[in-house]
Design a protein around this ligand. Sequence first.
Ligand code: NAD
Length: 293
Amino acid sequence: MTAVAFLGLGNMGEGMAANLVRAGLCVRGFDPVPAARAASNALGVEVTRDPASAIEGAGMVLTMLPSAASVRDVYETSIFGKLRGALLIDCSTIGVTAARALAAAAESQNLTMIDAPVSGGAAGARDGTLTFMVGGEAAAVERARPVLEKMGKAVIHAGASGAGQAAKLCNNLMLAIDMVGVSEACILAQRLGLDTQVFFDIAARSSGQSWALTSYCPVPGPVPAAPSNRDFAGGFSTDLMLKDLRLALEEADRLAAATPLSAAAAALYAALAARGDGGKDFSAIIEFLQQRS
Ligand code: NAD
């Protein structure tokens, strides 16, 4: 079977690569962090000492990296000029403009690249229940689909190159605002004397319901898998959420779309990151708001 290379074995990549192994694929992976390599190795990924060894002879290269700069660096350093005929599937959130530029650069190297960012968090990555939003040529998307389906519950072709990133930025814009709203409501509910679990049970069945509340509750207790139960470790870092919000705001600015709440949410997450909590899950925004209450 054609080998699949997986670069970036962090909070998301670890679970995604493990699901490909479980599905019977031969997965060679690389991450510069030794602990990430060890964790993936324990889950059956053949980890390599450098990206070039992971990529050598691969039919598909999946990337799950922090930023556009890191994806560009991997492509330019380890892939372009070294790999023929492979399909490049970038699952990172890097923005529309960067995804289109990288797809064009890949094409000039006779490679095909699609953008396939995800929603579902680290739990979705681990459980194989991610939603993939995919941008690129239909034929390339269909080539990727059987592999993506091993890691997710939905693979949706959003349109041409960059369309997956467009959908992802808009999704995370909603999530960023939702989490601030849920946090504000939980703080006020506590101050009004409501038991947190009782308020959760009501809101989860009412019009205030959202994924931020029912899958990722920022108050410990109601959702045991949520990062709030482990002092906001792991999950989706505030730094990464801020990166996504800034990418969305750049596009909104370019296209003159009004996004006042996104801008306000970005300012709050930026303040959380500025005090040194950028590595904590973004639901730690509730701590920031509690301290201002
Ligand atoms: P993470 O920081 O936990 O993992 C990224 C990994 O990439 C790190 O382990 C890092 O060492 C590795 N890396 C950096 N440079 C590398 C290189 N040159 N080669 C190989 N590996 C390299 O981040 P994450 O939470 O897994 O997020 C990854 C991407 O997925 C981001 O773009 C993020 O916005 C997106 N995303 C995250 C979530 C989430 O809930 N965590 C959800 C959806 C999308």
